[in-house]
Design a protein around this ligand. Sequence first.
Ligand SMILES: Nc1ncnc2c1ncn2[C@@H]1O[C@H](COP(=O)(O)OP(=O)(O)OP(=O)(O)O)[C@@H](O)[C@H]1O
Length: 878
Amino acid sequence: MSNDRPLPHSETESPALRLGRNPGLQVRHDEVERSLLTPMLQHYAEIKDAYPQALLLYRVGDFYETFFQDACIVARELELVLTGKEGGKDIGRVAMAGIPHHALERYCRTLIEKGYAIAICDQVEDPAQAQGLVKREVTQVFTPGTVLDTELLQPRRNNFLAAVLLSGNHWGLAYADVSTGEFCTTQGSDRAELVAELNRLQPAEILLPSEAPDINRVLRPGEAKDQLPAELPPQWCYTLRSPQDFQAAEARQRLCQRFQVKSLEGFGCEHLPLAMRAAGGLLAYLDETHRQQPVPLQNLSTYSIAQYLFLDPQTRRNLELTQTVRDGSFQGSLLWAIDRTTTAMGGRLLRRWLLQPLLDIEQITARQDAIAELMANSSLRQSLHRHLQEIYDLERLAGRAGSGTANARDLAALRDSFRTLVSLATVVTATQSPYLQALAHLPPVIEQLADTLSAALVDQPPISLTEGGLLRPGAYPELDQQRQQIEQDQQWILNLEAQERERTGIPTLKVGYTKVFGYYLSVSRAKLNQVPDDYIRKQTLTNEERFITAELKEREARLLAAQSHLFELEYQYFVQLREQVAAQASTIREIAAAVAAVDALLGLAEVALYQGYCRPQMTRDRQLQIRGGRHPVVEQMLPAGFFVPNDTELGTSADLMVLTGPNASGKSCYLRQVGLIQLLAQMGSYVPATSATLGVCDRIFTRVGAVDDLATGQSTFMVEMNETANILNHAGDRSLVLLDEIGRGTATFDGLAIAWSVAEYLATTLKSRTIFATHYHELNQLATLLPNVANYQVVVKELPDEIIFLHQVKPGGADRSYGIEAGRLAGLPPVVIQRAREVMRQIEKHSKIAVGLRKSQMNGTAKTKTAAPEIDQGELPL
Ligand SMILES: Nc1ncnc2c1ncn2[C@@H]1O[C@H](COP(=O)(O)OP(=O)(O)OP(=O)(O)O)[C@@H](O)[C@H]1O
């Protein structure tokens, strides 16, 4: 249902508008004469002035209401009914849309996902006690990159806030996840690398210094593209910030102050000005959005993108690492196929490993060693798995404790996790891998915290922190004393019923309690004549009369005062406990990182065992040898045993493989399989093959499929050419290049010419290890001309009426694509198929290129670069 309907004209048009505006437009909060608004709307408008960049959700009774322009947005985005509310004298009705308070989190999540910032304005006094307008204040501001609330975050994904600083072609990038405290920074000199890095992080919000007048404005995805530098993709959410926060001196001072250091030398960015300035700009924003309590961050860590295998955005997309190309779903992605982690922390780390594969063989080997050890010990695996199931999200819980937002259930979750960690330490004592050993030696403070929390907190505390029931009896003598007094008074009230029944002779007399009237004695109408003189009438109902006595009132007052004092005390002791935990936030996070790594490795060990993966041997040379390789995702999608394994050999004799074969025979699948095996190996995982020896790659490039990029106004062919240019400008002899059907989107002969020269350049100049899948069978000639090119084909079995796909990759070149056969299988009308066959025969007979190729095939195998095929588009005599 769309409620994006404008209010009737008469409802919004009013003489009280200060500014002239087009009739029919919704009135904004800053367009009306304030003094004419109702007191509540005046207050709303004042607060809205202070938070112009956010949607203001204003608590009224059981609803969070929005008014004016925010109401129109909220109604549209959340598909809510847009109503109106009387705005005040001469104002008429103004737009209003509300969400029920109990559904706040759900709706906030949707708004944040759509890139809005939200300010929550709560009632901060009891409406029953309020004199006049209830006091309200903004208690929380959520922006897409700064949310801390667990309910608003996805458990298995980081929620990154990034800050970007551009200076010519140079750039600085800092990012933080406020829920886990991770805070990193880097800089570089190629903007394409910046975009690739942003693509890896998928930030929820990017801060950008800007001279634009509307500083702090949140540009939602796709909005105000013209305010962004050309390279920065518009699909993210950007917040424009004052350049002041990004100035070197200011940024440096802010960072030093925050981390209590004299220089940033220890963090590695003292001499990386752009990295430092981006980090300072990011911190300034966090300080502003979390004024009441600073976000607890881990120490700033400086990294270089050259430490990791470089994957550009299209390669990440084409290899379907975290989502499929077709519909963006998680199912069918590589992460889906290999994620067997138990904890959310492990899930987040595995995603990071996948998107940031390693270059360092020692680091890769360390992960492989851990996987091998886990694979060899099934009881260790089972025991670890059982323990991991009992460990909550320590990273985020530590963050909530540190930011003062953890409730008693969060501390109980930490307590239970700490206890599990203590027992887990004994499980891993006899292990070898440093990854596992990291959990064997728990810092003593973890056990101490487990004891403190166990002694203090009840087993299952309530969510509310102000209604008692949080702390265990016996833990705090002061609370016990208070409880004792309360119990005495409660007992007195309980005894009162029997006592009064006896005194009055009314056997049905009862003691009751309501929130509004407190304790009372209830007497049925029939027995009213037996009520003693000291009873004070309080309330009359149809069948009964309710009374109090002076003594009951006094006890009640004492009881309620004692109870509220108890709740207050409990809260204070709870806050002390929370502070004790917060003080250890960084130790907890270190343990969390170790747990996450063990979880990720355990998951990889299980995939390796159950999917039959092997340990790849990693080398420093250029060898790429795979025996019995499989596509890790496709093999899981097919029934067991259906996937046909294939070998690959590159970097020894041949650098470039020309791969031909009929449509739908499995070329693209094979191409991706090689890329995925290399990537899995460099993240430290085992790989789907019977054996593999793999030289470490510096970059993997893919050019697969053809998609129009309508957003940037580029045609299919231009996208293809841009991507190819990017590959040729960045690939080297350490890179792996996977090209699928280059040159397809233009005239056949232009396409073939481009494909030929691209392949030749890759093989002769760049010497990248390359698989070049193509339907231009003419490219098979390259193997006769260049020593490091080899032909492979995906073979099919040809029967009289059909072809059978064998999905086997074998040496040699295919000479047919069976494209017409594929068209027939897809259901093209028989008459079209028939005509296509005729046309095909004519082309084969008369095309000069076909004739040229036949000639050159007959003329032998001279290995020279110049002997390209005779390409001349002849007239087709159809
Ligand atoms: N090795 C294999 N074992 C079993 N099935 C496979 C194998 N390789 C591919 N397939 C199946 O064949 C289908 C077609 O494969 P793919 O898309 O790779 O073909 P293609 O040769 O690239 O086709 P086109 O030239 O039309 O793009 C895949 O969806 C997959 O299910």
